[in-house]
Design a protein around this ligand. Structure first.
Ligand SMILES: [Zn+2]
Ligand SMILES: [Zn+2]
Length: 263
């Protein structure tokens, strides 16, 4: 009974915290009034993190590849990609990431998939928005679309990070979102369970546009929690572009590079 009561208290606190954060969504430290909004001059912005967590999690990729979002060295022209993506035929235009999938951000990415991961996902998405809002304002974004999940994933998980990210970014950018236009009609094995070659074939024909809708000329922000090989975002991008979308920009919490980020 005590466990049930603790779970209920946790759920209630998370629901309140989602709307009006009273404690840091990462470490539970109570937020003082001076913390609220400290991360931005925008009066509508209320930080969901304490100062220490904010400092640790705010955008940490100083020099991202203009194509895949991976960190690159200075003075490198990445218009045609970097060593992480040059051999891929990615159809998306750019990847925006908060940081590398390691350390504290990796721990956050594991937590956002849990049932209570909504407030943390919203907080991390706010950090993305503060990092890239000026660039995004110049991209002419028309629509926000989350990477879809199969019926099996939707039934098994209480929280889907790409959907929460889409809610937050659509509200911040004041553009519409489409939660159902892109769908995943068949269940596929988790990308983490496959070899790199297996991941590329696993998602072939996995996505589709529902109802034959057209997206002619639209610039779309595609949300997902992690990008590693880029296969998921690329497969979804191809379907969106086949429906007429002009540009697809991918937004992720973390960019996975190297062995520690297999996904
Ligand atoms: Zn904190
Ligand atoms: Zn790259």
């Amino acid at each position: 009974m005590a466990t049930l009561w603790n779970s209920w208290q946790r759920l209630t606190r998370d629901a309140v915290n989602f709307v009006y954060p009273r404690s840091c969504v990462r470490c539970d430290t109570p937020l003082s009034e001076s913390d609220a909004g400290f991360a931005s001059n925008d009066e509508a912005f209320v930080s969901r993190f304490c100062r220490d967590c904010h400092r640790m999690l705010c955008c940490s990729i100083a020099l991202p590849c203009l194509r895949c979002g991976a960190p690159v060295g200075p003075h490198l022209n990445t218009e045609n990609g970097c060593r992480h993506c040059r051999r891929d035929q990615f159809q998306f235009d750019r990847v925006f990431a908060l940081g590398i999938y390691e350390d504290a951000l990796r721990a956050c990415c594991l937590r956002v998939k849990q049932g209570s991961g909504g407030p943390l996902t919203a907080g991390l998405t706010d950090l993305l928005w503060t990092a890239y809002r000026e660039e995004w304002s110049g991209l002419g974004i028309d629509l926000v679309v989350p990477i879809p999940h199969s019926w099996f994933q939707r039934a098994a998980r209480r929280h889907l990070p790409p959907v929460t990210m889409s809610h937050v970014l659509a509200r911040r950018l004041k553009v519409p979102q489409e939660l159902h236009i892109l769908s995943k009609p068949r269940h596929t094995p988790a990308q983490t369970s496959l070899t790199p070659a297996g991941r590329r074939t696993n998602l072939r024909n996995a996505f589709r546009i529902d109802g034959g809708a057209r997206l002619d000329g639209l610039t779309i922000l595609l949300t997902d929690d992690i990008l590693t090989t880029g296969t998921t975002a690329d497969r979804a991008t191809r379907v969106l572009k086949d429906a007429g979308a002009k540009r697809i920009h991918v937004v992720v919490i973390a960019r996975g590079v190297g062995q520690s980020s297999r996904r």
